[in-house]
Design a binder for this molecule. Structure first.
Ligand SMILES: NC(=O)c1ccc[n+]([C@@H]2O[C@H](COP(=O)([O-])OP(=O)(O)OC[C@H]3O[C@@H](n4cnc5c(N)ncnc54)[C@H](OP(=O)(O)O)[C@@H]3O)[C@@H](O)[C@H]2O)c1
Length: 280
């Protein structure tokens, strides 16, 4: 069933939204669809030029105000720097989309990569959800979206720590959904399956996969974002796409957990075989 955006989207989640990881892929699609609802944007990513191009295009197309901040969201002071950039803005929506994924055998990657995953994927979304959640609760409305993944459903070989960070986002969002919905703040985790984004295509190319675009089974970013924005306020988490919902049902509810983990390990070994060899 296709859900529509709530009609008072801007009233509930405006006037300003933060999109973390907004210059490409899912983040750029979030920024576009949120701008289309008339919300002003504070856009974050590391690469300044692309971010500014995206911002300028959205401002011109949708007539909204756009600010950009170029920073690495894995930095220790990332939360403080975003809060400083948002000073004076009435933030009603936070979308934390940026992530770092260290693909390959866990023990063959530097520990620093795994710590960077925790910083980018867990510490900064925690800091931003905590800080902007306070002001949203005070004003009695707002929304927080955290990007999780189907890989959050069970242990996943070759992306063990990444999947664990995505499980953190899933459980944080679901817990906050229950805790804050009485205060008018909607929190949602998006458990996306494969999505056709530049980042996903690059990870396939690194693993020697043919450059088929869109890759088989991957959803378009715009469809994932549309489902996510429409689902905000409906539940604590959602899985976009029927085939992803079916896969999650089989892996999570039908198969014994050990078998689901081994099955997923086989899929990921086939998908990232060359990446795995590169790090072994
Ligand atoms: N694509 C998929 O198949 C898939 C599936 C399930 C879940 N997800 C989740 O969906 C989200 C988006 O994924 P994606 O594939 O669109 O690509 P992504 O590379 O995770 O995100 C792309 C955006 O985030 C920015 N970004 C990345 N690292 C950053 C950092 N350290 N600091 C600031 N900005 C950063 C990138 O710009 P810069 O590089 O310029 O910083 C770009 O704007 C992630 O949370 C991912 O875990 C994706």
């Amino acid at each position: 069933m296709t859900r529509r955006l709530r009609t008072d989207f801007r009233g509930q989640y405006g006037p300003w939204a933060i999109v973390a990881g907004a210059s490409a892929g899912l983040g750029a699609a979030f920024a576009e669809q949120i701008a289309a609802q008339g919300l002003n944007l504070l856009l974050l990513a590391r690469g300044r030029d692309l971010l500014q191009q995206v911002g300028a295009r959205l401002a011109a197309t949708y007539g909204v105000q756009v600010r950009t901040l170029s920073l690495d969201l894995g930095r220790d002071d990332a939360t403080a720097r975003v809060v400083a950039a948002a000073e004076g803005l009435d933030i009603g929506l936070l979308v934390y989309n940026a992530a770092f994924s260290a693909i390959g055998p866990f023990l063959d990657r530097p520990l620093a990569d795994h710590l960077r995953e925790i910083a980018t994927n867990c510490r900064t979304p925690l800091g931003l959800a905590y800080t902007f959640g306070q002001s949203m609760r005070q004003r009695g409305r707002g929304g927080i979206i955290l990007m999780s993944s189907l890989s959050a459903s069970q242990g996943s070989a070759l992306i063990a720590n990444y999947a664990a960070t995505k499980a953190y986002n899933l459980l944080l969002a679901e817990g906050l959904w229950e805790e804050l919905r009485g205060a008018g703040v909607d929190v949602l985790a998006c458990r996306a399956g494969a999505v056709s984004t530049p980042n996903y295509l690059q990870s396939l190319a690194r693993a020697g996969r043919p450059a088929v675009s869109p890759p088989a089974g991957a959803m378009p970013a715009a469809a994932v974002v549309a489902a996510t924005l429409a689902g905000l306020g409906q539940a604590g988490s959602l899985i976009p796409g029927f085939s992803n919902q079916a896969a999650a049902f089989v892996l999570g509810r039908v198969l014994p957990r050990g078998l689901a983990i081994r099955l997923m390990g086989g899929v990921l070994r086939r998908l990232y075989a060359d990446d795995a060899q590169a790090h072994s």
